[in-house]
Ligand binder design. Structure first.
Ligand code: UT7
Length: 341
């Protein structure tokens, strides 16, 4: 059935927060039985950021949100909804989104978190677009924020060398011009729940010793190498687009070898993948907005590009979405953009 009043969503602002404390692999060598060589060869990571006690998940999310609002030239009072992708809020309740709402000075608007492991940002962005396409909300803040390093005291070296802290946010605004989400896929396989488990059953303070980590990195590696290409294919099929229509693939930054393996399986040059894992490590739900921000700010990602974001993580979960950042000149090239809105 033909639908009228099609509504599209454009990313008009982007911002990040990364803690100032840089921790190199050589720093990691001091506390863990590991080497710079092992970390670089097995993961591609050179350094990561560590949050201080004051830099909570909500604090980082708030700073990223304020930066994105400034970039979009949008006031907090103009935002209709806040969604935060995070699996590591300091509190079970309130949500990070509610804390952000208060901190930025937005009032009475809905705010909630989405917990989907490292897929949190793709889940949140896809969800935000549903609210935009119905016309219910016009301006949405979507944030990915994580504070994983507080689990390091109870983790082993395999886990500890991988992760870092940070947050990224975008402002999504309704527009009548065709652009935005072209198609997406989300999925989960709860039978893999034991492959990554961060348990906070005792002690809720972020620096106490109550956090337990269960991590089967090898299994996640295999799962990720499989699912990354599949999720991309599904999101592209939903979009009626091919990889040739995509300017950048922005993958969740978990391990350079996972990205390389996916590139090989997909037959895509590695240069089409935006990679910054060397600088930040794995920041879970924050990794894709961090990369998007960096790409846009550096000019490597152009404001008119089509990007394919793809993530996987604890749950196990996965998600991919194709986003046309700005209206295309020739809509015939992108026929699917009419099918979802
Ligand atoms: O974003 C979602 C969450 N991310 C993930 O789940 C990450 C996915 N998994 C991975 O990226 C990789 O599996 C890891 C980086 C975690 C591990 O790499 P791997 O190539 O799968 O290593 P492995 O677990 O097979 O271990 C190889 C060796 C072992 O020693 P032996 O048994 O061969 O003597 C480990 O004990 O490397 C050893 N090892 C380390 N050595 C130095 C494991 N961690 C370290 C370390 N430093 N940090």
């Amino acid at each position: 059935m033909e639908r009228h009043n099609k509504r599209y969503g454009k990313i008009t602002g982007w911002g990040i927060y990364t803690p100032p404390k840089v921790v190199t692999n050589f720093d990691m060598e001091k506390n863990w039985d590991t080497t710079n060589e092992w970390i670089v060869q097995r993961t591609g990571i050179q350094q990561r950021r560590f949050a201080s006690e004051e830099e909570t998940t909500a604090f980082m999310a708030t700073q990223a949100a304020l930066n994105a609002l400034e970039k979009a030239d949008v006031q907090a009072s103009e935002i209709d909804l806040i969604i935060v992708g995070t699996c590591l809020a300091e509190d079970f309740t309130p949500s990070v989104a509610c804390i952000v709402q208060s901190a930025i000075g937005a009032k009475n608007i809905p705010a909630f978190d989405i917990s989907a492991g490292c897929s949190g940002f793709v889940y949140s962005l896809s969800t935000a677009y549903q609210f935009l396409s119905t016309g219910l909300y016009q301006r949405i803040l979507v944030i990915g924020a994580e504070n994983l390093t507080r689990f390091f005291e109870r983790s082993d070296r395999t886990f500890a060398v991988l992760f870092g802290d940070g947050a990224g946010a975008i402002v999504l605004e309704q527009t009548d011009q065709p652009c935005g989400l072209q198609g997406f896929t989300l999925g989960a396989d709860g039978s893999g729940q034991d492959d990554i488990r961060l348990n906070t059953s005792s002690g809720l303070n972020r620096f106490d010793a109550g956090h337990l980590v269960q991590f089967n990195g090898r299994e996640v590696f295999k799962f990720a190498s499989r699912i990354l290409g599949k999720a991309c294919d599904q999101a592209l099929a939903q979009s009626n687009l091919s990889l040739d229509d995509v300017d950048w693939i922005i993958p969740h930054q978990a391990n350079i070898r996972i990205i390389q393996s996916a590139a090989k399986n997909m037959g895509v040059p590695i240069g089409k993948f935006y990679i910054n894992i060397d600088q930040y490590g794995n920041t879970s739900s924050a990794s894709i907005p961090l990369a998007l921000f960096e790409g846009l700010e550096s000019g490597r990602i152009k404001p008119t590009d089509t990007v394919l974001m793809v993530a996987f993580g604890a749950g196990l979960t996965w998600g991919a979405c194709v986003v046309q950042l700005a209206p295309v000149l020739n809509p015939q090239l992108h026929p699917a953009q009419h099918s979802w809105a």
